[in-house]
Design a protein around this ligand. Structure first.
Ligand SMILES: [Cu+2]
Length: 161
């Protein structure tokens, strides 16, 4: 092969590469854009799903460490088999001080009179979290959603007067 032919091949390759690169650029750009759009759509869909889920399953809150001073403090104890709290409470701003005395993670889920709340991450063993709820007269159901599949042991009815 002569020098001229080799040069031609290199030139041809270089042209091919730069051509491919030039053609790839807008494609990559479009791809990134469409992927970004897809990601945005997914985020929007996820946001929508969370909103729908919240409507259906209630609110999951972080919980706080201390009860507000204007709240009626109610001690709640959860072990690995039962939830202990008063059966009757007065209406008004209530701070449920939820202590996990068990060895497993538990949660405090209160439903009724428009209230539907639980702790976002549950309550770890030996941990205490506070949930503030504005209680209205009526019946509430308190459960540990971590154990719902295990029967009625974690179910509790609360009457607010
Ligand atoms: Cu539990």
């Amino acid at each position: 092969m002569g020098m001229k032919a080799t040069n031609l091949i290199i030139l041809a390759c270089a042209t091919a590469i730069s051509f491919t690169a030039a053609e790839d650029k807008p494609t990559t750009g479009e791809k990134s854009k469409s992927m970004l759009q897809k990601a945005e759509d997914k985020t929007a869909a996820a946001g929508h799903a969370i909103v729908n889920d919240t409507k259906k399953a209630g609110r999951a809150i972080e919980g706080v460490l201390m009860p507000d001073s204007d709240a009626h403090k109610v001690e709640v104890s959860i072990n690995d088999s039962d939830i202990t709290l008063p059966k009757k409470l007065g209406a008004g701003k209530t701070a449920f001080v939820v202590k996990n005395t068990g060895k497993e993670k538990h949660n405090f889920h209160i439903q009724g009179q428009g209230v539907d709340e639980k702790f976002l991450m549950g309550v770890a063993a030996n941990d205490t979290k506070v949930m503030h709820v504005q209680l209205k007269p009526g019946t509430y159901h308190v459960t540990c959603p971590e154990k719902e599949k295990q029967g009625d042991a974690m179910k509790h009815t609360l009457t607010v007067e």
